[in-house]
Ligand binder design. Structure first.
Ligand SMILES: [Zn+2]
Length: 282
């Protein structure tokens, strides 16, 4: 009885403190930077993406993680031999504090242009979780968006072109960025999947996170099934088994990050999890 009470208190305490306090330790855990393929590098923490795409005209940084990951990301970039000041463009998978929190700091340090989806611009510029504005623990340092993109728009720097594929639901403007990479003589498509997990979103009842969220999730599942992502990356390392794939890198072995089936498996499992919430609501 006593243990039960203690456990219950812990759970309630963690819930009251919110995601910032109960977050996975992997979110802020430093790991060595890693070349994924060609000009594409993981410079994030053990679980939160920061993806560096280098070009002859400067670099692109996609996501930074929580605010306190800014230093870790900068260190990882320098450890690879690149200059933080050469970052010219900042991109974002989605405007939640665990992926956007460090963008304002990187923008201030580098003067890079912040390019983001129309759907997530409000959240980025206010530093809030739309529909949960009163939850201060979800807030993050706001960042000014210099250019807004729609589905299919492209961003080019130094001859490298990334495409914004809007995959809404997890956030209104959730963006899956794709770009070509060289693997020997062939060209593959790298992609960083935004997310289609339910997470903190209200997806049932009258008080939805935002109007149209259910249809948005379903449109994303349908769209993702038609997308071919060869080099599968995502907003969270756990979505594509970053640690397991890192361990499988070996001279002469196939690049473990070339995993189009892994992308489709993630979509199928996130779709199942989403539809379970809808089934329960009926
Ligand atoms: Zn999120």
């Amino acid at each position: 009885m006593k243990l039960k009470t203690v456990l219950l208190t812990c759970v309630i305490g963690a819930l009251a403190a919110g995601p910032a306090a109960s977050q996975n330790v992997a979110w802020t855990q430093a790991v060595p930077p890693l070349k994924i393929i060609d000009n594409t590098y993981w410079v994030g923490s053990a679980d939160l993406a920061a993806i560096l795409i280098t070009t002859p005209a400067g670099h692109i940084l996609l996501d930074v993680g929580v605010p306190q990951n800014a230093g870790l990301v900068k260190k990882n970039i320098e450890a690879l031999g690149f200059k933080v000041n050469d970052i010219k463009v900042l991109l974002n998978t989605h405007a939640h504090f665990d992926h956007s929190g460090g963008l304002a700091k990187l923008k201030a340090d580098t003067g890079a242009r912040m390019i983001a989806s129309e759907g997530d611009t409000y959240a980025l510029e206010k530093g809030v979780y739309p529909g949960s504005e009163t939850q201060a623990n979800l807030n993050f340092p706001p960042v000014k968006v210099d250019r807004q993109v729609k589905d299919g728009d492209t961003v080019t720097l130094g001859g490298v072109t990334l495409t914004a594929n809007i995959t809404p639901g997890h956030s209104r403007g959730c963006t899956t960025w794709t770009w070509p990479v060289k693997d020997g003589a062939r060209t593959l498509t790298a992609g960083a999947f935004c997310s289609a997990s339910v997470a903190a979103n209200r997806v049932t009842g009258a008080n939805l996170q935002y109007p149209g969220i259910v249809a948005d999730y379903r449109s994303t599942f349908a769209k993702a099934k038609t997308m071919k992502i060869d080099v599968f990356l995502a907003a969270h390392g756990s979505f594509f088994d970053l640690a397991g794939k890192r361990a499988r890198i070996a001279p002469g072995a196939p690049n473990p990050f070339i995993d189009p089936a892994g992308f489709q498996r993630l979509i199928a499992s996130q779709e199942r999890a989403f539809e379970q919430t809808q089934g329960a609501a009926r």
